[in-house]
Design a protein around this ligand. Sequence first.
Ligand SMILES: *Cc1c(COP(=O)(O)O)cnc(C)c1O
Ligand code: SF4
Length: 347
Amino acid sequence: MLSSHPLERIQLNNESNWRTVLKKAFKDPLELLEFLGLDRAEYLDKVKTDSRFKMLVPLSYAEKMQKGDWNDPLLQQVLPINQENIETRGFVNDPIGDLQAEASSGLLHKYQGRVLLVTTGACPVHCRYCFRREFPYADSSPDKKQWQNTLDYIQGDNSIHEVIFSGGDPLMLSDDRLQKMCIEIAAIPHVKTLRFHTRVPVFLPERINQSLRKMFTALSAVQEIQKVMVIHINHANEIDEHVSRALSDLRKDGFILLNQSVLLKGVNDDVATLSELSHKLMANHVLPYYLHQLDRIQGAAHFEVERDRSIRLVEGLRNHLPGYLVPRLVEDISGERSKLPIEKNPE
Ligand SMILES: *Cc1c(COP(=O)(O)O)cnc(C)c1O
Ligand code: SF4
């Protein structure tokens, strides 16, 4: 476990450090555009500033964008634009309505053998294609009673072998909170794997700090447990030296690293881009896992890649890459027992 005062000091420093970085993140689209040297007259025309789903972009992420380029694939993912106001048929306002009902206790048990915990609503960034709406980026810790219910549920069902920490982003929780949750779950004998779904290593690599790493390492002392981290990277340009370092640290701490991407028009919808991403992930010891067909969220229609084209893209990838670098193209359909592979219709 974490030892006493010298470590605690590090912990405090680290904690304030990444929170400070986040506080300084861009929240005003006009400021971000100014930083990128993009023209004011043009942005007043197409940028949405009254969004309820506020912009949130850490400085280190903005630094990876190409200055002066409206079409930068990183910028596209995070800049609120007027197209978000367009109502599109087939795209719904509350695509996770049924999900939310199940998640009232913060625990989703849809698939055999694994449960997913909604640990917080906070994220290190606001991705425009996400269904999430304006969340405070401070901790929104689940209350104690709810946590006890979650533990009781997992303890009471020995078919549960894997617990997924999701959100929002679970690494936005404080060290103390995260440590308590992880250790209590790792202590359940039938839980063999802890998995984290997170964008933090890409958007806030400062968070992968000493105290967090100590905690992760300490988990293996609780019981022999596998640790998996599924990060979310959509484009090779998102991986710079800081991200590489964070990934390398996580690997040293015993994580199996996987990546999931969302297929996004104008961001990563061509074979060369996806192929480059797979190679760069591999260079960082991360294997591609899922490539998600976009969830049909109202306001995100401009990101959608048409299904047939998605299929062709992945076929194209298969001709360029070893099988283990080709992500599985899937969609999430409520009521199904797994994510569904998207494949060519038999002719
Ligand atoms: C996506 C998801 C999982 C994880 O699915 P895998 O196929 O194991 O990656 C688990 N539970 C829920 C509710 C999910 O949405
Ligand atoms: S980090 Fe994940 S949950 Fe948060 S806004 Fe982006 S896609 Fe949505």
